[in-house]
Design a protein around this ligand. Structure first.
Ligand SMILES: O=C(O)C1=C[C@@H](OP(=O)(O)O)[C@@H](O)[C@H](O)C1
Ligand SMILES: C=C(OP(=O)(O)O)C(=O)O
Length: 743
């Protein structure tokens, strides 16, 4: 721990950055005495009047004499001269740091002055500039929640790095370290290039003859884009010359980009334009999440935990439409992308998992418009039109994306790597890699347990196989069938029990011949898909929470509209009915190859049952909700044959048993299921382990609880049911969400 206050800190330069840090150190009592030097007497006088510094000098050597810490905060091109000036006056233990926007030249300056980089020198760069400058513009909170990059060298003293880190942390900054080269390359792209463009655009327009009109009518776009052109010219002059190589390479890449846009406009290539714009728009969001290693949810700020609090009781009533089916949404993007023509999707689930799939295909060059209120237009590129993604494909929390894409990517001409968040990183991927290898794919999983990342080497010719699925998995079946589209001959898969058949149905909707013969689905490689319209029904897996809610809460009467009723998905209805649930199927119809209906559900006195094993694959994702129904039922409910639940987003058997026990319900986990004895539900704090379905299941339990239930780690609800809270509240659940700091 750093001991404050320091005896003396010297600032060389009192511009925006220097004076802000001096203010902060003074306000927080981090230092007894602040000395400073500046070329401007006026600046020193102002700083002294404002009480920011104790004494000012025009010669930097005078300012650093006796200082424990020296902060070089003057323009970067003065670095060498300042270092030479202070060298004889520095005490041997003084620690020196700087705030320059480029680091390679600062290192070179140090070498020129000392012959080497002193071990007490810690190069640094607070990323907190603004277009304002000067001592008056400084603010003590300038660095709060901003990043500071330190670029220590191998021999830099650890104590020196620790002190500089402590100063910036005291200023509220997020301190990170990287190499000098990496720093300069990254900053050239994220800071220097944008400044160059802003200066250049304003200057170019200012030279046009009608410039007054241009500036008079220039609205938001121009103003937003050019805000930074008001920055200090001298400082930026220095930065560009100091970081010449990295800036030139960033500028080359940018010029290539504008050239492509120019060509697209010249040749009226609307697809190319839309491609750039839609990808760019999505990329801004995407990268934030990728860096944070989270799914895509907007609410998921780094270092925050989302918690649900549910007050006990209530009825569950009204009409509701749950969001679009996740499985169908994934497939609409995948098949739309490899089809010929434009596929129009409505009812698309704008949840994190489906958005991960959408982003993956954008990464592979597919133009995708939307999503906009559930509408998406996918500009298909045909079976041979996907392009190599620029880097690793990040699929967040979504197992379906990873397994289906494994199949599809194994057949492409390019290499690819699939990664995901911490939860997905634990899930088994060998189950899909194994059959793909039998087809000739070059696909690797990671570690002893065969988990992500999944690495695929492209350009291998696949051959059709027959595969007997060892586990009932629609994801594995679909991944193999998708690879089969590119394979020689016939690919067929036999499943041990019926699993969701959305891939088969949707392929047929795209005009691709898929045969189903009993438990076997098969197709021939080498055909083509024709774009079509897809109306995604409501997700029965999301509806499940509401079906259970209205069944267990007294005096409930709820209608769920437009719910997908694919026979391979209706296990939850069959099981609830077997328990005595009161569910009516109204207005059954078929929409775009998928059965759909409205469901009316009313409160019922549920009874414990032995859940028939043939229902397990038909309701695999609905068990967390069904366990809550079991907890509210009379007697014992027993589930067997469901070991698959242990490898979902969490071990859903163990995690549900733990939570139910916390709430006073008897729940005995077994190898392949659980035994739950119905009884009163108390309040308490349960942990979802980042599993969306666990979080929603325990939320619904609140309707029959005697006390408040708090559910931890709920942000991933946005993977499948983004407005769960809003919709559940409207129907009567007394739920609210709150964010908490992670410790
Ligand atoms: O194919 C799909 O869309 C899905 C298949 C199921 O997974 P498994 O194939 O692992 O059973 C299911 O749990 C998942 O939510 C979605
Ligand atoms: C298991 C699930 O999804 P995935 O496998 O796609 O992560 C789920 O949504 O319950």
């Amino acid at each position: 721990m750093q001991r404050w206050p320091l005896r003396q800190v010297a600032f060389i330069g009192l511009g925006l950055i220097g004076s802000s840090l001096a203010r902060l150190m003074r306000e927080r009592g981090l230092v007894e005495r602040i000395t400073a030097s500046s070329r401007s007497q006026q600046t020193l006088a102002t700083a002294q009047q404002l009480g920011i510094i104790d004494i000012g000098y025009s010669n930097p050597a005078d300012a650093v004499r006796g200082a424990d810490l020296v902060i070089l905060a003057m323009p970067v091109n003065a670095t060498e001269a300042v270092m030479a000036a202070i060298k004889p006056a520095l005490s041997s233990s003084a620690i020196v740091t700087d705030v320059g926007s480029t680091k390679g030249n600062v290192i070179a300056a140090a070498k020129a002055v000392w012959g080497h980089v002193p071990e007490n020198f810690v190069p640094g760069h607070p990323i907190a500039g603004s277009e304002q400058s000067g001592v008056m513009a400084g603010r003590a909170d300038l660095f709060s929640a901003h990043k500071v990059i330190l670029t220590p060298l191998e021999h830099t003293r650890a104590e020196a790095v620790a002190l500089v880190t402590a100063v910036w942390q005291a200023a509220g900054a997020d301190v990170m370290t990287m190499s000098v080269t990496q720093h300069d390359a990254v900053l050239a792209r994220t800071s220097h290039l944008p400044h160059l463009l802003a200066f250049s655009l304003v200057d170019t327009l200012a030279q046009e003859s009608d410039n007054l009109d241009i500036f008079r009518y220039a609205a938001g776009g121009f103003r937003d884009f050019t805000r930074i052109a008001a920055s200090d010219p001298l400082m930026w002059h220095d930065i560009f010359l100091a970081n010449r190589e990295a800036v030139l390479s960033a500028l080359d890449a940018f010029e290539a980009g504008t050239k492509r846009l120019r060509e697209a406009i010249t040749t009226e290539n609307g697809d190319a334009l839309l491609g750039v714009f839609t990808r760019a728009r999505a990329a801004r969001e995407h990268f934030t999440h990728m860096l944070a290693g989270t799914a895509y949810a907007k609410s998921m700020t780094q270092n925050k935990e989302l918690r649900f609090t549910v007050e006990p009781g209530g009825t569950f009533t009204g009409r509701a439409r749950v969001p679009g089916d996740k499985s169908i949404s994934h497939r609409s993007i995948m098949l739309g992308s490899i089809a010929e023509g434009i596929t129009e999707v409505s009812g698309f689930l704008e949840g994190e998992d489906a958005l991960a799939t959408l982003q993956a295909f954008r990464d592979m060059g597919v133009v995708i418009e939307g999503p906009n209120e559930g509408r998406v237009r996918v500009h298909g590129v045909g079976l041979n039109g996907l392009k190599a993604p620029p880097s690793t494909i990040y699929v967040g929390n979504s197992g379906t994306t990873m397994r289906l894409l494994s199949g599809l990517l194994s057949a492409q001409a390019f290499n690819s790597v699939l990664t995901g968040d911490a939860t997905l990183a634990k899930r088994p991927m060998e189950r899909i890699a194994k059959p793909l290898r039998l087809m000739g794919a070059d696909i690797q999983t990671t570690g002893e347990r065969g988990t992500p990342p999944v690495t695929i080497t492209g350009n291998t010719k696949l051959s059709g196989i027959h595969y007997d699925l060892p586990v009932a998995s629609a994801q594995v079946k679909s991944g193999v069938l998708l690879a089969g589209l590119w394979a020689d001959g016939t690919t067929s898969v036999t499943e041990p029990a019926p699993t969701r058949d959305h891939t088969e149905r949707m392929l047929r909707g795209f005009g691709y011949d898929v045969k189903t013969d009993g438990a076997t689905a098969s197709l021939q490689g080498g055909g083509s898909l024709k774009a079509c319209k897809i109306d995604v029904p409501g997700d029965i897996s999301s509806a499940a929470f509401f079906l259970v809610a209205a069944s267990i809460a007294p005096d409930s009467d709820l209608v769920l509209e437009h719910v997908g009723m694919n026979p391979t998905r209706v296990g939850v209805i069959n099981i609830l009915r077997a328990m005595g649930g009161n569910i009516e199927v109204l207005n059954a119809r078929e929409v775009g190859g998928e059965p759909v209906a409205d469901l009316r559900v009313r409160s019922a006195e549920l009874q414990g049952i032995d859940i028939p094993e043939d229902q397990v694959p038909l309701g695999i994702d609905e068990f967390p909700a069904l366990f809550i129904a079991a907890a509210c039922a009379n007697g014992v409910t027993t589930l067997t044959g469901a070991e698959e639940l242990r490898v979902k987003e969490s071990d859903r058997i163990q995690v549900m048993a733990d939570g139910l026990l916390t709430l006073g319900v008897s729940a005995l986990p077994t190898v392949d299921g659980i035994v739950i004895t119905g009884g009163p539900i108390s309040g308490g704090e349960v942990i979802s382990h980042g599993d969306h379905r666990i979080a929603m299941a325990f939320a619904v339990a609140g309707l029959r609880a005697t006390d408040t239930i708090t559910i931890r780690d709920c942000a991933n609800v946005a993977t499948s049911f983004p407005d769960f809270i809003g919709l559940a509240r409207r129907c009567g659940l007394r739920i609210r969400a709150s964010e908490h700091d992670l410790h």
